[in-house]
Design a binder for this molecule. Structure first.
Ligand code: HEM
Length: 368
């Protein structure tokens, strides 16, 4: 099973259901309906390349944009997505929009015209699916490579599962699972899903801001952005173990000032202030529910690990991930020898010295 692909099917179905009143049907068909995934992947690759090579200004020149920008005649990429979006809008407009139902209906009630509806639809598909899918893949990767964290999470979920819910667990209940919330938060920090943050332009005439107590003048017209990866892995902000996946850092930090600083930094993952992501609450809800349901209802812990190990297209190769080995440093420093998967797989710490590969560890599990 390609778990990474299925996660994207899930996030696309969620955003289409909430956004346009009907899921695209990726999960049911188990395939890339209308090539939404392919269109997004190619479009994002082209956009990111343009940004990385500093070509955005050039690509946005009206003539260049007309010649090289996305067109609805394109077979793939954002052009294909715009074509799909137009068809979604036309189909949706044939149904009732006067009642509170989905986001497109709300946009219609607030007076958006046809072109605005198409561009909002494209934005929702791009902003609302790849980001959450990448986050869930990253979190799963770190859970897979950190059995200590996984078994603690499983224990919390097992305890919560004693209260049964008629369907999928409500968001209000998922929010009460403190360790699960810390896992999500730490997963987003260690593997930030959005690294090419949207730059903000300094107003003409410039502006003065205070950075670490020092006034800094920013000339007008400068584009300001932040380097997500180094910031979220900063030892100054997160401590010497900043490179480690350790959800406990969000639960055990005693220094309120430091915790507030960590939280403020973490907030940047969804953008800040008036530019903050409009889908943050939805993304957090999706991640919490998906992690709970996958861990609780679908797979036993052993199955979970074994199947995910087989899902080789998960971000990188979990078996070769450096964090797998790094975690031992922390576990041993904490005197935590509970490196078990709660599946009966309890490797001795001796066997799992730093030179032991992830594969050697995982191969001790009995995968059917
Ligand atoms: C973990 C998942 C997500 C992450 C990390 C994320 C992150 C971001 C970031 C960094 C921005 C740019 C903020 C800026 O301009 O500075 C943004 C904007 C946006 N996001 Fe998300 N997002 C996620 C999920 C979602 C979802 C599920 C939706 C839709 C339901 C969504 C809808 C949007 C929209 C509409 C904007 C544009 C906001 C505006 O221009 O005012 N996002 N997001």
């Amino acid at each position: 099973m390609d778990f990474a692909r299925k996660i994207q099917y899930f996030t696309l179905d969620v955003i289409s259901d909430i956004g346009f009143g009907e899921p695209f049907g990726h999960l049911e068909a188990d395939q890339d309906v209308n090539e939404n995934v392919k269109a997004g992947e190619i479009g994002l690759t082209v956009t990111t390349l343009g940004l990385a090579l500093g070509l955005t200004w050039f690509l946005q020149l009206p003539l260049v944009a007309r010649l090289l920008g996305p067109s609805e005649n394109d077979v793939v990429g954002f052009g294909r997505m715009i074509r799909n979006a137009r068809s979604i809008v036309e189909t949706r407009l044939q149904r009732e929009t006067s009642q509170r139902s989905d986001m497109l209906a709300s946009f219609v009630r607030h007076g958006l015209n046809a072109e605005e509806l198409v561009s909002e639809t494209v934005l929702q598909i791009i902003a609302g699916s790849d980001t959450t899918a990448t986050s869930l893949r990253g979190i799963m990767l770190y859970l897979l490579t950190h059995p200590r964290v996984y078994s603690k999470l499983q224990a919390e979920i097992d305890a919560a599962a004693r209260t049964s819910y008629p369907g999928v667990i409500p968001d209000s209940e998922v929010r009460k699972l403190r360790y699960l919330q810390a896992v999500i938060k730490e997963g987003l920090r260690i593997h930030p899903p959005v690294t090419d943050s949207v730059p903000k332009r300094v107003p003409n005439g410039g502006d003065t801001v205070v950075v670490d107590g020092t006034s800094v003048f920013l000339p007008g017209g400068t584009n300001i952005s932040y380097a997500a990866w180094p910031l979220h892995h900063s030892k100054t902000l997160f401590g010497e173990d900043a490179e480690l996946f350790r959800p406990e850092r969000w639960l055990l930090e005693k220094d309120d000032k430091k915790l507030a600083e960590m939280n403020r930094t973490h907030e940047l993952i969804f953008g800040y202030g008036k530019y903050q992501c409009l889908g943050k609450a939805i993304a957090l809800m999706e991640m919490g529910k998906a992690l709970y349901e996958v861990s609780h209802a679908v797979l036993s812990p052993t199955e979970y690990i074994c199947r995910a190990v087989r899902a080789t297209s998960l971000v990188g190769n979990p078996l070769h991930h450096p964090s797998y080995l790094l975690r031992y440093e922390r576990d041993q420093a904490d005197g935590d020898s509970s490196c078990t998967t709660s599946t009966g797989v309890s490797p001795s710490p001796k066997r799992h010295g730093r030179n032991t590969t992830a594969w050697e560890y995982l191969s001790t599990a009995t995968c059917g």
